[in-house]
Design a protein around this ligand. Structure first.
Ligand SMILES: [Zn+2]
Length: 334
């Protein structure tokens, strides 16, 4: 399965469910894994073994009502659950060096943070995103994030697999893999090249450093004026990177910037804001290595931003970066 992408490694499909805080968020672990579901498939795509664990949360001990509704996992099940650190070791043994496949790009960043939180090793590369492959191969659209069950419907696959367990979603994904793989094998070299570029970008994003932290500020403008918020570090070596494009509002309240690490080249930064229940601003940032193409795209967006007349961008923010560090000031194009 997926020989063109895995060079013959065996495949384990992974699906996670996680809980979150209803009233507070620990910035080091905004989502706590409460279920690991996985299945191993043979080269023909047949399921040969399954892995399913419910985990007892340590940070968000009460299941969030919304999460309960979506996952169907009850508080009683969580209370009886296994420790994540034990389940993680068992999962690693289960995979036995296989390449991971997930439906969608969300699981790996959550997994990475949970593993970092217990200071354990991460032996896996970012998974192959079957959802992205499905979008690209069937709709020529990598960003088409189709729900797993809609994808099964589209492919006219009916299954008796019950919903509401991570392992069942992994099994449902397994039903799609032979169809995806068949399409994958039909790609010609130039189509394969396009796909590999996309996968390469996704991999960098999956390996990105994610930071979430609450601030004491009540407004975005105040928050972004704080040097702690705007400083920029290389996700690979952790050293301070130097801005090539300052943080700016790239639309939809998403901020972007580009900086350069002396050793690791261009780093793209993405940032967005959320209000906590108390009204103060919570910031999430992502730092990832960027290709020349991505850098060009951010630069273009920055130029488009600069074209907006200043009196029309009063609700948008831009920081001019001075040698002594970023400052929040409305500035003219430099
Ligand atoms: Zn670096």
């Amino acid at each position: 399965m997926f020989e063109r992408l895995t060079s013959g490694m065996s495949v384990v499909i992974l699906d996670l469910e996680w809980n979150q805080g209803t009233y507070y968020t620990n910035p080091r672990i905004p989502h706590e894994i409460i279920e690991i579901g996985a299945c191993r498939i043979d080269p023909e795509g047949k399921i040969v073994s399954r892995f399913s664990r419910i985990l007892k949360p340590r940070i968000y001990r009460q299941i969030d009502r919304h999460i309960q509704k979506v996952t169907g996992i009850t508080q009683e099940e969580l209370n009886r659950g296994q420790r994540f650190s034990d389940a993680w070791q068992e999962f690693i043994r289960f995979t036995d060096g296989a390449r991971l496949v997930t439906w969608g790009r969300d699981d790996f960043p959550v997994l990475k943070r949970n593993v970092e939180f217990i200071q354990a090793e991460m032996p896996f590369e970012p998974p192959i995103d079957a959802q992205l492959l499905f979008g690209y191969l069937f709709y020529n659209d990598c960003s088409r994030q189709m729900n797993l069950h809609s994808a099964l419907d589209e492919m006219k696959i009916t299954s008796e697999i019950p919903a509401h367990r991570a392992v069942y979603d992994a099994e449902a994904t397994a039903l799609l893999l032979p169809l995806i793989d068949e399409k994958l094998q039909q790609l010609d070299d130039s189509q394969m090249e396009v796909l590999e570029k996309v996968l390469d970008r996704e991999k960098r994003i999956a390996l990105a450093k994610l930071v979430t932290f609450p601030t004491s500020y009540m407004s975005y403008a105040e928050a972004i004026a704080d040097r702690r918020v705007t400083s920029f570090y290389c996700p690979v070596c952790g050293s301070r990177a130097h801005f090539a494009v300052p943080w700016f509002d790239a639309g939809k309240e998403k901020y972007e910037a580009v900086a350069r690490c002396h050793s690791h080249g261009y780093i793209q930064g993405n940032m967005h804001f959320k209000k906590s229940t108390k009204g103060n601003v919570v910031i999430s940032q992502r730092f990832s290595q960027a290709s020349e193409e991505q850098v060009r795209s951010v630069k273009n967006k920055y130029h488009a931003f600069k074209m907006i007349p200043e009196n029309k961008r009063h609700h948008r923010l831009e920081m001019r970066i001075s040698p002594s560090g970023p400052k929040n000031e409305a500035s003219n194009p430099g």
